[in-house]
Unconditional design. Structure first.
Length: 191
């Protein structure tokens, strides 16, 4: 679906129009449907973004809470209130979101967060190839679909790193910080 969507964008907007622009959907659908149509498409994209942000705001603290239950360093974040809401995890995620929001432009944040998400997806799919015992869902055409994904995903990461090295390095820095905290927690837990 993603590749098809990109083809629609490229079919209805020239590379010159899209080059260096963030609002590619607005440009392409403006060419396709006119200004009114582009406004409707932008409205639906905005609604989708609000739903996505809402989902992240709900799920993110619960992931933090689940991690906090398993790691000693994060244990203070594993507390919930009388309604079962992990308030400390919500506050931490909100604080981190505000820091990210104030630290750079929307485009920069989307690029380094996108780089990290792309990296995590690539690692997950690669890890799925290492599973020998299949339970539950079985991926059709395994391992070919995964190989295709890994090739495209790696190409996207290489391009992002080449085109936007500062944002990519910021993303890698966040991953490195997480790894250091994980190793520190493991060392503290061993004592």
């Amino acid at each position: 679906m993603y590749v098809l969507f990109q083809l629609v964008l490229l079919k209805h907007a020239s590379v010159e129009q899209l080059s260096g622009r963030v609002e590619v959907a607005d440009l392409a659908f403006g060419n396709l449907f006119g200004t009114g149509g582009a406004l409707v498409v932008s409205l639906f994209i905005g609604i989708q973004l609000i739903a996505t942000i809402s989902g992240y705001a709900w799920v993110g603290p619960r992931i933090t809470y689940a991690i906090a239950r398993d790691f000693r360093l994060w244990r203070p974040l594993a507390k919930v209130n009388s309604h079962g809401v992990p308030v400390r995890a919500v506050l931490l995620n909100t604080l981190l979101s505000l820091i990210l929001f104030l630290s750079g432009s929307f485009e920069q944040i989307m690029l380094y967060a996108g780089f990290v998400l792309q990296l995590m997806g690539t690692i997950t799919v690669f890890s799925s190839l290492r599973i020998t015992k299949q339970n539950g869902f079985k991926s059709p055409l395994k391992p070919w679909i995964q190989y295709i994904y890994l090739i495209f995903s790696s190409a996207v990461m290489v391009y992002l790193f080449w085109d936007r090295p500062a944002e990519s390095m910021a993303g890698l820095g966040i991953v490195a910080l997480g790894l250091l905290l994980f190793l520190f927690d493991r060392k503290v837990s061993e004592k």
